[in-house]
Design a protein around this ligand. Structure first.
Ligand code: ZN
Length: 316
């Protein structure tokens, strides 16, 4: 198996409107899909990404009003990092200051500047200054010039009590390479380890995390197509990994399994993509449901807290 990079990260939020306002207006991602959690259709599933929702640009949320607050710790993904051009870190620092969003003082990790902040649910995000990331990002927010736009995912960081079991799965089963160790974190690279193809593992964390509001639910890696994913599913299974059946997620097909430290992993196909049920220009403007949920649309809509796409509290 050799996924070429991250596909998406999915996390748990509380208030859907605050989530939309923050990720579209403050961070400048595009809301590329309004749908529901297919396994629990009373809960929103909101997808953010670049213009088309390209693999490795996507962060998604299950916003669940009233959810308890999670806690960072072992067995969880505790940082989701996005790539911005290295000379844009200053722009983002100033922008967040203007918007009243607290950030930590940038520090250098593996020769890249890292700006750390938290979303409205306290989830840890990083903007990492990179060179040579040729992805274009989304230019839909007037106050974020294209040259500074978020390019896509950079990496995720998982916390674990022990490194070896997780490292074993990442390298031996998922074909990643141990790229180095910085600030106690081991860095695992996919396909050469460019931006969007990195997993950091911070070991030696002794308290367990609590997965709830403001924490990551799972991390998905890319499979080019369903044939490849089927082969990988068999390979995982024959190596004793409990892996699910192939699930139809409408915009991609998926399998799920846990790494030894407890983090839920998914493999998701690059195809068919987010314009399968609405035109590219109109992505994310209306609630979309897969065919099997369409008959219960009225009931589903009645159970969702409405959201609006507007300037919200971040009109800079
Ligand atoms: Zn997923």
């Amino acid at each position: 198996m050799n996924p070429v990079g991250l596909h998406h990260v999915t996390a748990i939020a509380s208030n859907p409107q605050k989530n939309v306002d923050f990720y579209t207006q403050a961070l400048g991602l595009r809301l590329i899909k309004q749908t529901v959690n297919f396994d629990a259709p009373h809960i929103w599933h909101l997808y953010y990404g670049d213009e088309a929702g390209s693999p490795a640009s996507i962060l998604t949320f299950f916003p669940w009003p009233g959810v308890t607050q999670g806690q960072e710790g072992a067995g969880l993904t505790t940082a989701t990092s996005f790539s911005v051009p290295t000379e844009s870190i200053c722009f983002w620092q100033q922008r967040f200051a203007k918007l009243g969003i607290e950030v930590e003082t940038p520090y250098s990790r593996a020769n890249e500047d890292v700006l750390t902040l938290r979303d409205p649910d306290g989830m840890r995000l990083e903007l990492v200054g990179t060179t040579g990331d040729e992805r274009s990002g989304w230019d839909g927010v007037a106050s974020i010039p294209m040259e500074h736009a978020v390019r896509g995912l950079h990496s995720v960081t998982m916390e674990q009590s022990e490194l070896d079991p997780t490292a074993g799965m990442l390298t031996e089963l998922l074909g990643m390479k141990l790229g180095g160790e910085a600030k106690q974190a081991a860095v695992f690279e996919m396909n050469g380890g460019a931006s969007g193809a990195l997993v950091n593992v911070l070991a030696g964390v002794n308290h367990r995390g609590l997965q709830a509001g403001g924490t990551v639910h799972h991390v998905a890696f890319r499979a080019p197509d369903i044939e490849t994913m089927t082969t990988w599913q068999q390979e995982l299974s024959s190596n004793g990994v409990q892996v699910t059946q192939i699930m139809d997620r409408q915009y991609f097909k998926s399998i799920y399994f846990r790494e030894p430290g407890g983090v839920l992993f998914e493999i998701a196909t690059d195809t068919p993509g987010f314009d399968i049920d609405e035109p590219l220009l109109e992505l994310g403007r209306r609630l979309r449901l897969p065919p099997w949920l369409e008959p219960t649309r009225t009931q589903i809509e009645a159970n969702l807290t409405p959201i609006e796409l507007n300037e919200g509290e971040y009109s800079a």
